[in-house]
Design a protein around this ligand. Structure first.
Ligand code: EPU
Length: 429
């Protein structure tokens, strides 16, 4: 059975009102699911978003012998003394983030094998950095056409100095976790500093890990074996991409909408973008309210260049492009992180947008344009959400197929959207 969304477009009217909650972050959950391997005691995660990746990881854990217990949004994971270190082809291929598990499993159990996580619509998604890092820590990497077999040296992984030739979010998380269970000191240079990383590292440090440089691009991590904190419990941070997507929607279709349960300190780039475009924002401690302009004039367009944190997130690029189709002026959007992450713009053009592809990394968006409802296939989670937003803004009805892509990043989105007045339904074909 395949779900899809049916949306009755608001035709540019700004009528949504009320409060929309932000749930725990998908991309903070990913490294948190790898964290139980560095603890001696069971690790509990709270504020867990109930997403597809969680279900798949639970299946993978059950395969390899890690137990998971759920109570509402709190999950407790127990890693036994020995596990199966070969990750199943089917699951590992479907969740790219499963690559994160390979570092701590290798460091704790001495070996790991897994299939290539595979490319996806936003680009190639190679794993060469991971293999380079494991080799730098003394591991032997054997590759076949479809599989990787990695073995730690006798006595375990060795701390190493490792320079990321390109900043990698999951790479930084993986090596930081592996380094904790290695011998000696690991220095990670040009490390990524996304909040999903720094919050977890801060928790690990509070749990006894020796980590210096948190929040900077150089991390110094001393390996010291399993962390011994009693009953460790980590709260997943609010999803900054979900918050940003809701703010964009609120700016385009809201009369007065409050995005709550968010962390405004993680939203600098999107708040800056929206306020420069002329969106009226009121920022509080854990909420941001967007109020429609009284005079009804169009927003100004503002250029975007995606960048590692604290720059403009690539994961918000697609929703922001929908915003720009409704803003006055011509502007360039430069996607610097992933090739192939602008391909979804063809479908926005079919809805009436004027977006010109200059090269695989850059588009020119001319606005404002009137969008009309269409039947669309969501290519990945972020572009899928962009299509939903476009459908809400458009005239007429839109159908967005492949709801499961959107579900991968946004838990029960239609219920939260309906609560602020979006005419949206989930249907099953
Ligand atoms: N890269 C390599 N080799 C590697 C790893 C990465 O060349 O071995 C390249 C990538 O191709 C990319 C760049 O390095 O050009 C940065 O990618 P990064 O490794 O940072 O991406 P990631 O860790 O795989 C995470 C998020 C993504 C998000 C990116 C960038 C998680 C689970 N995923 O991916 O989230 O787009 O960082 O911020 O944290 C999404 O949520 O829609 C999503 C794709």
């Amino acid at each position: 059975m395949k779900d899809f969304f049916a949306v009755s477009g608001l035709g540019g009217k700004k009528v949504l009102s009320g409060t929309i909650p932000v749930y725990g972050s998908k991309n903070a959950l990913a490294p948190a699911l790898a964290a139980p391997f560095v603890f001696r005691e069971p690790l509990s995660l709270s504020n867990v978003p109930l997403l597809e990746d969680l279900k798949r990881t639970e299946e993978l854990f059950s395969d390899i012998g890690v137990s998971a217990k759920a109570r509402g949004r709190t999950y407790t994971f127990t890693v036994p003394k020995s596990i199966e270190t070969s990750l199943s082809e089917d699951i590992a291929k479907r969740i790219r983030a499963s690559i994160l598990l390979t570092g701590p499993i290798l460091a704790r159990f001495g070996s790991v094998s897994f299939p290539h996580p595979g490319g996806c619509v936003i680009g190639e998604r190679p794993i060469d950095i991971f293999l380079e890092g494991y080799r730098a820590m003394g591991a032997i990497v054997r590759e076949t056409r479809r599989h990787y077999y990695i073995r730690a040296p006798k006595g375990g992984l060795r701390g190493a100095t490792f320079y990321f030739r390109t900043q990698s979010v999951t790479g930084t998380e993986t090596f930081a976790l592996a380094a904790l269970l290695s011998h000696g000191t690991t220095v990670l240079k040009n490390a990524a500093i996304e909040p999903e990383i720094t919050e977890l590292l801060t928790f690990l440090r509070a749990s006894g890990a020796e980590i210096e440089g948190i929040g900077t691009q150089t991390l110094v991590i001393r390996g010291g074996g399993l962390l011994k904190r009693r009953a460790p419990r980590y709260r997943i941070i609010p999803d900054r991409i979900e918050a940003g997507s809701f703010l964009i929607l609120a700016a385009l279709a809201g009369k007065k909408v409050t995005v709550r349960n968010c962390e405004p300190a993680h939203l600098d780039s999107i708040l800056h973008f929206l306020s420069h475009a002329g969106v009226s924002l009121a920022v509080e401690k854990t909420a941001v309210t967007v109020t429609a302009r009284r005079d009804g004039t169009a927003y100004r367009s503002v250029g975007i260049k995606t960048h590692e944190y604290p720059g403009f997130p690539t994961d918000l690029q697609a929703p922001a492009v929908v915003f720009l189709t409704q803003a006055e002026g011509d502007t360039t959007v430069f996607e610097t992180i992933f090739e192939g992450r602008l391909n979804y713009t063809d479908e926005l053009n079919r809805m009436g947008a004027d977006i010109r592809m200059m090269d695989p990394h850059r588009v020119l968006v001319k606005g404002p344009t009137r969008l009309s409802g269409k039947t669309l296939e969501s290519p990945d989670l972020r572009a899928g959400l962009a299509y939903l937003i476009a459908g809400i803004v458009a005239n007429g009805r839109s159908v967005i197929h492949n709801a499961y892509h959107v579900d991968r990043g946004y838990e029960r989105i239609e219920e939260r959207l309906r609560a602020i007045g979006v005419p949206i339904e989930r249907k099953t074909k």
